[in-house]
Write a protein of this length. Structure first.
Length: 123
């Protein structure tokens, strides 16, 4: 089974956060939702509404991603296609197929960050 893309995960709505989950930190699912909102060019306030969290929480996470793009890469936004030695990956943001792990990492970051910053982080 192929993994769902961000569009498939979130087009129908936000990830559920039930009242038992009142915590200040964001789950991996919620972080993916924020990145999806950024990709959709939603303002922070709309992402926060969609997620039922504080706008400051969204802004803080976005800023942390700019400071440390590794946070984006931790969210598994690609999946490996076929056998590992082929080094072919499918981007779960846009479904493009990319060869080599490093290239797909750069590709994913370029969805969310300025190219210049990606070059600094993964030259
Ligand atoms: Zn992509």
């Amino acid at each position: 089974m192929p993994k769902p893309t961000l569009d498939q995960l979130f087009r129908e709505g936000r990830p559920p956060r039930d009242s038992a989950q009142y915590h200040n930190w964001l789950t991996a699912e919620e972080r993916r939702f924020i990145l999806w909102g950024i990709k959709e060019r939603w303002p922070a306030v709309r992402i926060a509404d969609g997620l039922a969290v504080n706008e400051a929480t969204v802004r803080r996470f976005r800023r942390r991603c700019w400071d440390d793009p590794g946070l984006i890469l931790e969210l598994d936004l690609c999946e490996m296609m076929g056998r590992a030695k082929n080094e072919e990956y499918r981007c779960l943001v846009c479904e493009e197929r990319v060869i080599t792990r490093r290239a797909v990492q750069r590709h994913i970051l370029e969805h969310f960050l300025e190219e210049q910053w990606v070059n600094e982080f993964l030259p």
